[in-house]
Design a binder for this molecule. Sequence first.
Ligand SMILES: [Zn+2]
Length: 66
Amino acid sequence: MLYVVVNCPRCGGLMLAKTVHRTRSCPHCGYRAELRGLRVLGRADSPREAVALIQALKERSTGKKR
Ligand SMILES: [Zn+2]
């Protein structure tokens, strides 16, 4: 099973989706996004890997000083 991490087009929040699904409801705002149109931020092969990936992306986006 493959997972992708994408940005919600409505609220910009990170969400995890299985690639077998065509759409995914955003856990933050409830928007139902079509996965094909979204930019994939990362991919993972296991749920654990996917969670770690989301954590890493969150840390990156919450404004650490460069
Ligand atoms: Zn959202």
